[in-house]
Design a protein around this ligand. Structure first.
Ligand code: GLV
Length: 327
């Protein structure tokens, strides 16, 4: 019997692809450039599995054009690029890569929040421009992290890992808002208190956004919300572009409505709203919160574990629509 055929649509570590090659006939993208959806559809003909990343759109159009596809495996934890319901309706398994990136992503969220509060990139730009001529008492004076109130919007695995860092490491009172409140025995070790969203916005000194993107979280933070925040507050977004209204954020940053923002994700990335590029009080990074070698390897390997299990009669470890497996 011929081996199942699998497409690796995103470049990843050679040894990780080799794991797939020992089970399947593999076509792999050797370049960091992603493929257009039409190109993806063309290359998926005759393939039963696909390895993708967060930028690859899997929708009904693609699924209908690729009827042999049995599994879509993303190496990201977020899966707003995949129409899971359309996959389920067609019996296609969808898997993502949770857990393996939680601590790494929380580290980065904290780093971005600290860089934002302590104006690290803004002051580095000043130094590199040769403008540092003298010491001054308020030069790049920012806001403290330790002891300040941490606001976490979205208390999933990554939100909890950030809350734990704030509570245990920095003595921060932690407030959070999430659709569902955590049970008391999960709140206690994080020192976390559930509040309504507007109260979170009003009370947080440092707000960090960790909610998945969906129609219901689109522009969850816009002009109205920013105007509820303290003038001294910072906002950090490591969730997804589109959760924050970037145009409104740029206006409010320029107006001094909040002190500063740290952004790792953007609406329409890799394009960044030009008004954000003009703001000094924003730290910008190119969607790298999970980017350590160890974690990117773990995410890629988990995506491969899912493909191998699904196409060899096993149970994929992190299926998003396990009901498909029961059919
Ligand atoms: C990164 O944004 C991910 O979803 O893994």
């Amino acid at each position: 019997m011929s081996k199942p055929r699998v497409l690796v649509a995103r470049k990843t570590f050679d040894d990780v692809v080799d794991r797939l090659r020992s089970h399947f006939e593999v076509e792999a993208n050797g370049s960091d450039d992603g493929w257009s959806q039409d190109e993806l559809i063309r290359r998926l003909q005759g393939k039963t599995g696909v390895y993708i990343a967060g930028g690859d759109k899997i929708d009904a159009r693609l699924l209908d054009a690729c009827p042999e596809l049995k599994i879509v495996s993303t190496m990201a934890v977020g899966y707003n690029n995949i129409d899971v319901a359309a996959c389920t309706a067609r019996g296609v398994i969808v898997t993502n890569a949770p857990d393996v990136l939680t601590e790494t992503t929380a580290d980065f969220g904290f780093a971005l929040m600290m860089a934002t509060a302590r104006r690290i990139t803004e002051s580095e730009h000043f130094l590199r421009r040769g403008e540092w001529k003298q010491w001054a008492v308020t030069m790049f004076a920012g806001a403290d992290i330790h002891g300040a109130t941490l606001g976490v919007l979205g208390m999933g695995r990554i939100g909890a890992a950030i809350a734990r860092r704030g509570h245990l490491g920095f003595g921060m009172p932690v407030l959070y808002h999430n659709r569902s409140r955590l049970p008391a025995d999960q709140e206690a070790p994080l020192g976390a208190q559930w509040v309504e969203k507007d109260e979170l916005l009003r009370r947080a000194d440092h707000l960090i956004i960790v909610v998945p993107y969906s129609a219901s979280s689109h522009h969850l933070i816009g002009q109205r919300e920013l105007r509820l925040m303290k003038k001294t507050a910072t906002l950090t977004n490591i969730a997804r572009g589109g959760v924050v209204d970037d145009a409104a954020l740029a206006v409010e940053l320029q107006a001094g409505t909040i002190a500063a923002a740290g952004l790792d994700v953007f609406e329409g990335e890799p394009t960044v709203h030009p008004a954000l590029l003009d703001c000094e009080n924003v730290v910008l990074t190119p969607h790298i919160a999970s980017a350590t070698i160890a974690t990117r390897r773990a995410m890629s390997n988990l995506a491969v574990d899912n493909l191998i299990a699904a196409l060899t009669g096993g149970v994929p470890p992190t299926a998003l629509n396990p009901e498909v497996l029961k059919r």
